[in-house]
Design a protein around this ligand. Structure first.
Ligand SMILES: Cc1ncc(COP(=O)(O)O)c(C=O)c1O
Length: 413
């Protein structure tokens, strides 16, 4: 273990907050780690390090649009992969040979913590001599092929805003320990200076949110979030603004030019973190195992319901995903409305798939888009920590399970 005497998953006390964070993740993954202000920033740095501009990156069309814009910002062409409709993992066998031959990298998503088939992707990438990147934003605690997600790629990126709920922070982990210093330096060069106003906003945000929630001032809550730069989406996908995007793409690689798209939901994504922020992220990360244990219990419950397995059967890979569990309901809008009436907000919807959203001007379209479309339209991502309440609402509202598309198997291929 890289951290010597440190207990697995925790860091030695007494070190600086930033080093503590890196040590904690290093001991979880057994890989060298660089703390970054966000997962998207870490991914940008990794893409810039490994992929010369003009390259083509295979990625999942069921993903946060922010990640799509990071790929564009790095001067790369997104190539949308066919997906398994039941868990939105990349369907390796459905990627045409000519597409494999055209790629300069593969980027996994591990949506909601459901792993992509990393061992097979690793083999493919090795055979082609191209890097594999793992987006593990949703997947701390997930495993595939007997190893943690995030230990298969040349580089992997984690979002500490998600499970850890720190609303800031990320980790860039690298397979080759010899690259750590170079990547840390590239990240450092890309960071913008810390802003006191941003640190203060970060410090007070949980209290402001709790206060408006406590008073049930929903409109005020939204206004507050808007002020804090958290809501720029009217719908699930942010407005594409194709004319402006085309101009930004023409100047790529260029993070600055893509900032209006990349910063959505997190304006601090490339700001140097202050001590307060690092301290809070660190304290949250120290509680990760407890959070994951709670998630595991909720995931077990959700996977036992009739909405979990539209094609019948179970899953071969144990109790995961842990970030959100996609349930499949026939009328998702009705289920979302029923949950909203009980104060449960459904987030992390990625509909439509990125190729339907952005079109052929900005991405290669998936050669078989049906799986992604079916998943994007039907998946109802449920926070396992709210499993009981959600199951109660779905039962009471009479939500029917969705029927799997023709030919979809009971487990990931
Ligand atoms: C799959 C996925 N990857 C990456 C990110 C970006 O994470 P961060 O907000 O830490 O940049 C998100 C954000 O929601 C995400 O859903």
């Amino acid at each position: 273990m890289a951290t010597g005497e440190a207990r697995p998953g925790t860091a030695r006390s007494g070190s600086q907050p930033r080093e503590r964070l890196e040590e904690t993740m290093r001991s979880r993954l057994g890989r060298e780690c660089v703390y970054v202000p966000s997962c998207r920033f870490g991914l940008y740095a990794a893409l810039r390090h490994w992929c010369p501009p003009g390259g083509r990156v295979l990625m999942s069309p069921v993903n946060d649009d922010v990640i799509f814009f990071v790929v564009l910002a790095a001067g790369l062409r997104p190539v949308q992969a066919p997906l398994n409709p039941l868990d939105a993992s990349i369907d390796v066998d459905a990627v045409p040979e000519e597409v494999w031959g055209s790629l300069s990298a593969v980027l996994t998503t591990n949506l909601y913590g459901n792993p992509d088939p990393a061992p097979r992707l690793r083999e493919r990438c090795d055979a082609l001599g191209i890097p594999l990147f793992e987006d593990a934003a949703h997947a701390i605690g997930s495993e595939v092929g007997g190893r943690p997600v995030g230990t298969w790629g040349d580089a992997s990126v984690f979002s500490l805003s998600k499970h850890v709920g720190a609303k800031a922070g990320g980790i860039l982990a690298v397979a080759d320990p010899g690259l750590r210093e170079a990547l840390a330096k590239s990240c450092d060069d890309l960071l913008l200076p810390r802003r006191t106003t941003a640190e203060v906003a970060y410090a007070v945000r949980p209290y402001a949110e709790a206060a408006v929630r406590g008073l049930r001032l929903r409109r005020a809550a939204w206004a507050t979030l808007r002020l804090l730069g958290r809501t720029e989406r009217e719908g699930i996908r942010m407005p594409l603004r194709p004319g402006e995007l085309a101009r930004a793409v023409a100047s790529a690689p260029d993070l600055e030019a893509h900032d209006p798209w990349v910063r959505v939901d997190m304006h601090d994504y490339r700001l140097r973190s202050g001590r307060f922020r690092l301290g809070r992220v660190g304290r949250r990360l120290d509680r990760l195992d407890d959070v994951l244990a709670g998630c595991r219990a909720g995931t077990e419950l959700l996977l036992s319901t009739r909405w979990a397995h539209p094609a019948g059967g179970g899953r071969p890979d144990g109790t995961q995903p842990l970030f959100r569990v996609p349930l499949f309901v026939a009328d998702r809008d009705a289920a979302i409305a029923a949950l909203a009436r009980r104060g449960i907000v459904v987030g992390y919807l990625y509909d439509p798939p990125l190729d339907d959203y952005a079109g052929a001007e900005f991405t290669d379209l998936s050669p078989s888009p049906e799986g992604a479309r079916w998943f994007a339209r039907h998946a109802l991502p449920v926070d396992p920590l709210r499993a009981r309440a959600v199951v109660r609402v779905l039962e009471e509202s009479g939500a029917l399970p969705a029927r799997a598309p023709e030919g979809a198997g009971p487990s990931r291929g």
